[in-house]
Design a protein around this ligand. Sequence first.
Ligand SMILES: Cc1cc2nc3c(=O)[nH]c(=O)nc-3n(C[C@H](O)[C@H](O)[C@H](O)COP(=O)(O)O)c2cc1C
Length: 535
Amino acid sequence: MGWRCVGLVLDLALKGRMFPGRVGAERSQSAGCSPWAGVPVINVGSGRRSRMNDPIPDVLAPAKLGPVTLRNRIVKAATYEGLSKKSLVTDELIEFHVRHAAGGVGMTTVAYCAVAPDGRTHRKQLLWTDEALPGMRELTDAVHAEGAAVAAQIGHARPVANPKGNGAPALAPGRRFHATSMSFTKAATRADLERVVQGHARAGRMAIEAGFDAVEIHLGHNYLASAFLSPKLNHRKDEYGGPLANRAWLSRDIARAVRDAVGDRIAITAKLNMDDGVPGGFWLDEAVQVARWLEADGSLDALELTAGSSLVNPMYLFKGDAPIHEFAAVMPQPIRLGVKLVGRRFLREYPYEDLYLLKDARQIHAAVTMPLILLGYVDGYGFLYFGGRSGDWIRVDSENISALLTQNVVRRHPKVVDAVAFGVPDPRSGDQVMAAIEIPEGVEFEDLGLPAFLAVEDDLGTKGAPRFVRVSHALPATGSGKLRKKEMQLEGWRTGDPVYRWAGRGAPEYALMTGAEKAALRAEFAAAGRQRFLP
Ligand SMILES: Cc1cc2nc3c(=O)[nH]c(=O)nc-3n(C[C@H](O)[C@H](O)[C@H](O)COP(=O)(O)O)c2cc1C
């Protein structure tokens, strides 16, 4: 029973990369009935004290985060999208966050706003400058207009920073060679560290001016503060190195400086590594202690938990397949070639499983009382669904349908060269299943006899049969031949390729969609007030 509620036993919110629109789409189904009623509270760890009697929060009910009231407990995690330009907000970045806000999140997080020019991992990244403020204000206003709150993630990348793009050496606890930037880092002086601390405080003040509801301090992924926490990266002999208490000073100083700067005007959270995923690095036992110190300092309203090292072991952060070719594609030569040749050693793979951070999070949960923000996957009794990797599950008529299953079934067809399946929005509520299939030149869709083929595939069920089938002799693919699923999902049935549709009644029977039918479907979205689902 436990797995369905574990994410909710822990405190404040669930975060994750979400399919925009998901929350709004599902909300109506849980209205008036808490899906968590009667769900057993499980024992959540063996730490200092048990929180097993804590009430289970209703994820969709309003919640307090420090001085801010969120309309629900769902927080869109920071995912640097590369949408800022010249360190300024763009319309695309605003649109990205507005889509999540319109989808119903309680709060969206603007990824990585660097506190100093040399703290950027890419020179396009947002910076706290007077010039950036109007764009930030436009972004926060637009998100607020959709009813959501908005946080800015603030931090200093330092060892992960891009020395070439920033025109400054990447500073770190000590001097060290980094293959990703092909350069040495420079050991930070005390004056450098003071500048970094004050940079965070200034960012906090500017965040208030820009209309943000919260700032999230980046203490993870071996960015600067996290690199200081790591015994593997921090070999300093001064008061910032050695025992954990010393290695934690920078993180604590930053959080205290932000609290001093903003008081209770906005919420302050921090994203803390539970472990770096690197032998000899920062590990859970130390993270538990750092979480306790941060709580005792009173500088945070909530702690967000994460893991991994952008510097040394990036896939530990995300889990799943390593995107070697995509990663190589954005690198300059000769690094690109190096990534292709030995990338798999650097991008070690870890199997993805839902709630993969939960086991460690329980240890932190048992050690502190402050609210935690957890990576979420929640599947509640068929009432509610907003977890897992976006696109892997599709919500059809109140049921969760596996995109992977549909995809595998369609791929079994002997004439199908390749296929992907994903959810596309339904004009009234939830999603519909869509498949994109590639067939050889000279073969027509009608030759496949798809309805008869699907009818005998017992494991599929009627809801798993695709409502829409995009047909092509060459589906969009990456250089390495991987189908561009996300792109096809966004296009949906509005692609230039032929799309066959099954009306959804009786056994599957497909007819080619005409322009007039597409226009009529569009009108259905408009009539239901769901036009925003058609980008
Ligand atoms: C493309 C991408 C960009 C990310 N950028 C950031 C970032 O700027 N700051 C950050 O703290 N985490 C970043 N993350 C990590 C996510 O916030 C999140 O912690 C991680 O992806 C785990 O969630 P998932 O299992 O849903 O991927 C990024 C993740 C992805 C996939």
